[in-house]
Structure formats: C-alpha cells, structure tokens
Design a binder for this molecule. Structure first.
Ligand code: NAD
Ligand code: DAU
Length: 360
C-alpha cells in the first residue's frame, strides 16, 4: 500500500519512519512534509535510500498542493503527524497553528474524501492529550473526558480532532484518532523541555523551570508511541479514539533534577553544579497543571503496551543528545537562537529557590 506520513521529518514522524520503513518493505511510505524549523532530514538518513521511502515537500495548508500530491499517488492510508507542535510558540504567534493544524487537516480530509471510490482505507490522525485540558491532583484522561483545551496549540489540535470525527460520522471517512501524552527521545527539537534541559545542563547554562516546576506530565518514550500508532492502525476500530500514555507521571522539577544527575554522571561534573543552574522563571500563561492518561483501551483492544521505563529511556535520551553534537549544532540555527531569545529573554528569573514564587 502507499502510506502518506505527513510531518515525517519531525520528531515523532521521523522515529515512526525509521522504525516502520525497514520493517514493512511491502508498503511504500511517502513523507509529506513542508520542512519547517522543526523538521530535519538528518533524522532520516538511515532510510533515505530505501526503495520503499520517498519525500514530497508539500505544505498541507496549501489546498492545491495537497490535491496535486493526492492525485499523483492516490494513497490508501494517511498517518497525519504534521503540525505546529510547541505550546509556547502558539502563545507568541498562533497564526501558523490555525493554518497547519486546522486548515491543513481540513485539506487532507478533503483530498482523502475525493480519492477514487474504495481507494482510501484509513486516515489515522495523531493527536494529543492536551485537548482534554488539565487534571487536578487525581484522575486520568479517558476517551470520554470532555475536550477543554487551554492553549492556541491545544485548541487547534482539538479542532482538528473534531473535524476528523465529523468526517467519519458525516461522510463515512475511515478514520481513527490517537491522543498521546508527552513524548521524549532522539530527534526532538530542543525547544521542548527535555532536550532543552539536557543541552543547557551539558553547557552549564541556566535551566529554566516555569512557575514552581510542580506541573505534571505523563512521559512516554517516542518509539512506544510509534508502536502504539501502528497497533491502532492495524487493530483499532474505525471511528474510534485511543488514548496513549505510559503511566509515567513526573513533576517538571523532578525531570529537571533527574537530567542534572544523568548529565553530571556522563560528564564527570558535580551534580550540585548543575542543580545550581535551575532558575524558576515566570509561568506559561494558561499552563495546564497535570496530564495523566488512562491507556487501558489501546492496551485491551490493540495488544499494545509500552516497552521502555522512564529510567532507561531518559538515560539513553541524555546519552543520545550528548553523543550527537553534529545533529544538535545543525538544528541550533539562527531560527533556534531567535526563539530562545523570544521565549526566555522576556521571562525574568523569578527565583532560584523552590519555595519562593510569586510574580516577578
Ligand atoms: P514536530 O514539531 O517535531 O514536527 C512537526 C513536523 O510537521 C515537522 O516535520 C514539520 O516540518 C511538519 N509540518 C509542520 N507544518 C507543516 C505543514 N504546513 N505542511 C507539512 N508539514 C508540516 O512535532 P512532533 O512533536 O513530532 O509531533 C507530531 C504530531 O504528534 C503532532 O501532530 C503533535 O500534535 C502530536 N503529538 C506530539 C506529542 C509530543 O510530545 N511531541 C505528543 C502527542 C501528540
Ligand atoms: O502532552 C502532549 C504534548 O506534549 C504535545 O501535544 C506537544 O506537542 C508537546 O510539545 C508537549 O507539550 P508540553 O507543553 O507539555 O511540552 P513542553 O516540553 O513544552 O513542556 C513540558 C513541561 O515543561 C510543561 O509543563 C512546561 C514546562 N517547561 C517547558 C519549557 C520549554 C518548563 O518548565 N521550562 C521550559 O523551558
């Protein structure tokens, strides 16, 4: 089959292609990606020359370009990763989130719907747990949790989920959705918490923690997410949503401290030297307090379960970033430096102590 993988040069998309292209020579994987700042073709060097892999540089927000690439391949399957994915960027400049995440998804759905009758077998939409908003101290997000997005990013992803579901109900479009918690692992753009803290700690730069670092995220190793998507594609029910997560709830501050300890060990420096770099900075507006996923449906129906525990996953992730200096240098372009300036220069340091908070 021909499988369109949108956003295949980004963090999760490239891990997905690296895992599945060699495993499934019977399918042709066509990476449909416009190559934004978050994309990197170096992520895909191990599969770039495989006969069952191709790249099509297409902006999914461009309706005619999407129509044209669908007409050229008539793909049976679409796995839709392409998105603007960073919450903080959506707060600074939401426009591209609306264009890519909402209009882009709409364009793909329309093109899929226009395929010759019987061609389109599956539209798999990759989404996020952020559509559900925030949890309090207790409880888990289930597939029945009401949508309550907090940021322009999560609102745009929620909109795209609603469109996918509506196309299934209205036009019978064969769709599935996965809503996953926070991923970590190789090839993640270092604007996100884990790679940012690893690289800053390695260079003994300040480690910015929003608010008091008490927000909780449910971390999943990226390959486990990719395996879950494939399991749902193979075994999930059409028209259904599956929540994906690893039951790995961690406070941000604890994640940062774990990274300090691992980087210190790898580099042979005193752990306290890195802990002293922690800076509590003004919080993200609308910051969701806690995410935690009930993944029992995907486990029961699709036979998936995560393979990596956080301890080994984060250790290997730290090593990957420390050992891949050329990848790191490559992505730290002018655009990266400009983003760091935009996001952190405006955030004055709040405190270097955990216990004091308040407005800067
Ligand atoms: P990413 O930002 O690393 O990569 C996004 C990719 O999409 C890039 O290759 C980029 O070039 C491409 N893209 C962006 N705009 C495009 C456009 N207009 N046309 C074509 N391609 C475009 O994102 P990621 O972290 O890999 O996330 C992938 C998907 O998974 C997203 O839909 C995101 O919402 C979802 N998700 C991410 C996480 C996470 O923790 N990162 C968790 C759950 C769900
Ligand atoms: O839950 C899934 C989502 O996870 C995905 O849909 C998003 O695409 C992905 O970016 C991620 O969103 P988060 O906002 O949770 O990830 P981020 O790495 O930006 O932040 C993780 C937590 O760390 C969050 O509580 C904010 C905090 N943080 C982040 C940065 C960048 C800091 O404390 N300091 C920082 O410098």
């Amino acid at each position: 089959m021909d499988i369109f993988v949108t956003g295949g040069a980004g963090f999760i998309g490239s891990n997905f292609l690296n895992l599945l292209v060699p495993r499934h020579p019977e399918h042709r994987f066509i990476n449909v990606d416009t190559l934004t700042y978050a994309a990197n073709l170096k992520n895909l060097v191990s599969i770039a020359d495989r006969p069952n892999y191709l790249l099509e540089r297409v902006d999914i927000a461009d309706r005619s370009a999407v129509r044209e690439v669908f007409a050229r391949y008539s793909p049976q399957i679409v796995v839709h990763f392409a998105a603007e994915s960073h919450v903080d960027r959506s707060i600074h400049a939401p426009d591209s989130f609306i264009e890519t995440n909402i209009t882009g998804t709409f364009n793909l759905l329309e093109a899929f719907r226009a395929l010759p009758a019987g061609t389109g077998k599956l539209f798999h939409h990759v989404s996020t747990d952020e559509v559900y908003g925030s949890l309090g101290e207790k409880g888990l997000f289930t597939e029945q949790t009401a949508y309550d997005p907090s940021s322009p990013y999560s609102a745009s992803k929620a909109s795209s989920d609603h469109l996918v579901r509506a196309y299934h109900r209205t036009y019978g479009l064969p769709a599935k959705i996965t809503n996953c918690s926070n991923n970590y692992g190789p090839y993640q753009f270092p604007e996100k918490l884990i790679p940012l803290i690893i690289l800053n700690a390695a260079e003994q730069k300040p480690l910015p923690v929003y608010g008091q670092g008490s927000n909780v995220r449910d971390w999943l190793y990226v390959e486990d997410h990719c395996e879950a998507i494939w399991a749902v594609m193979e075994k999930g029910r059409l028209g259904h949503t599956y929540n994906v997560g690893g039951r790995n709830e961690k406070k941000n501050l604890d994640v940062v401290k774990t990274i300090c300890s691992l980087v210190a060990r790898e580099q042979g420096v005193a752990e306290q030297t890195l802990l002293d770099l922690i800076r509590f900075v003004p919080d993200r507006p609308g910051h969701d307090q806690r995410y935690a996923i009930d993944a029992s449906k995907v486990i029961a129906e699709c036979g998936w379960k995560p393979k990596r525990d956080f301890e080994s996953g984060i250790r290997d992730t730290v090593r990957w970033y420390l050992q891949n200096a050329s990848w790191v240098n490559d992505v730290r372009s002018g655009e990266y430096r400009q983003w760091i300036e935009t996001n952190y220069a405006a955030r004055q340091t709040q405190s270097t102590r955990e216990t004091t908070g308040g407005t800067p």
